[in-house]
Design a protein around this ligand. Structure first.
Ligand code: AQP
Length: 333
């Protein structure tokens, strides 16, 4: 039985990319493992969040995770800021990770853009907090989308440097569980950009709370090119929007891209988009409905998160105390 950790930022509402790239696997991985799933609100505030919106999104995403099949009795589900071990270990990792390592993170480069002077320092050290999230549980398995693999390599580099500097095999090696063919879902407006909660255009993503009409409208308006669908996967090269829609279809139908093209190759996008809408609506709308039912009782969601935080802290606290002792900090009491 492995201990699994993964997280999602409450920077908006979880979307189809989060679902296919991460959450559906989190649900599957509960079986036979000890799973810890976290709403990483400390990560979220590395870019500006409206405080009330952040609170609401944290609750909504908790409800969505449960609606996607995360069982808060079997798994530990909580919000990051409630377990102080994360921030304490992240500070130690700020002192272990090298500046140059962080400067090479492509997610930082993407999110900071050209205006490096004005991004928060939190955004720069984001991967150190992510390493702390995982390692404060001595978790060894991390199911994430392919976009997070560089951060996981960095977490292993931090763990190794810590172990080497202090001469003790304290932190384990993390194994990323990158999710196969459906690893990266792209924006509906631009097939070269990933689908993202914080994209200014709501049309760029399918939120897990979208109703059937909204989904149909977003897919109808999704960017495509004028050619019909090709009959083989090689002919998707240079057609990022077509590749993305076919990829989404394949993921939802649990089919290979080649099989989708065998069935739909030669079709115009009009017909294909209708079939794709049916698949998305069938998968997503029951999740949204269940989340709305759960969110109608915010007290229950808060109790679930508090219970999760207490169970998470019981695992994390001794590990972070030992890390503090190893580096030479006196015990708090
Ligand atoms: N487009 C995507 N395709 C596949 N997987 C994705 N993930 C995110 N976007 C996609 C995976 O979802 C998990 C949770 O992501 P996150 O909330 O921690 O952060 P993110 O990757 O930065 O997600 P967003 O939606 O793009 O948020 P913002 O806009 O706030 O940056 C991760 O496992 C991630 O791989």
């Amino acid at each position: 039985m492995a201990r699994i950790f993964s997280g999602i930022q409450p920077t908006g509402i979880a979307h189809l990319g989060n679902y296919l790239g991460a959450i559906q696997n989190w649900a599957a991985l509960q079986e036979g493992n000890e799973s810890i799933y976290c709403l990483v609100d400390l990560h979220a505030i590395t870019v500006w969040q409206e405080p009330d919106a952040l609170r609401a999104q944290t609750r909504t995403n908790a409800a969505l995770l449960i609606a996607c099949g995360i069982d808060p009795v079997h798994s530990i589900l909580f919000h990051q800021s409630a377990v102080h071990a994360h921030a304490r270990l992240a500070w130690i990792f700020n002192c272990v990770a090298r500046f140059g390592w962080l400067g090479r993170m492509t997610q930082f480069k993407d999110k900071a853009g050209k205006d490096r002077e004005n991004v928060s320092t939190g955004l720069f050290v984001y991967p150190n907090l992510m390493a702390a999230d995982i390692l404060t549980y001595h978790a060894t398995e991390v199911p994430v989308g392919e976009d997070q693999s560089q951060h996981l390599e960095l977490a292993n580099d931090i763990a190794q440097k810590f172990n080497h500097d202090y001469g003790i095999a304290f932190f384990p090696t993390i194994t990323p569980r990158i999710i196969g063919t459906t690893a990266r879902i792209m924006s509906l407006r631009d097939g070269t950009k990933k689908m993202s909660k914080s994209d200014a255009s709501d049309q760029s993503r399918i939120n897990l709370t979208d109703d059937a009409d909204t989904i149909a409208q977003k897919i109808r308006r999704a960017k495509t090119d004028p050619e019909p669908l090709p009959e083989s996967a090689e002919n998707l090269d240079g057609r990022p929007e077509a590749r993305n829609l076919v990829g989404i279809y394949a993921a939802l139908a649990d089919a290979r891209v080649a099989d989708v093209l065998r069935d739909h190759g030669g079709q115009g996008f009009g017909t294909f988009k209708e079939r794709l809408t049916e698949l998305i609506v069938a998968k997503i709308t029951p999740i949204g409905a269940e989340a709305a039912r759960l969110a109608a009782d915010p007290g229950t969601i808060e109790r679930i998160l508090q219970d999760g935080a207490a169970r998470a802290a019981a695992i994390a606290e001794p590990i972070v105390r030992e890390a503090e002792r190893i580096v030479g900090l006196l015990p708090a009491r």
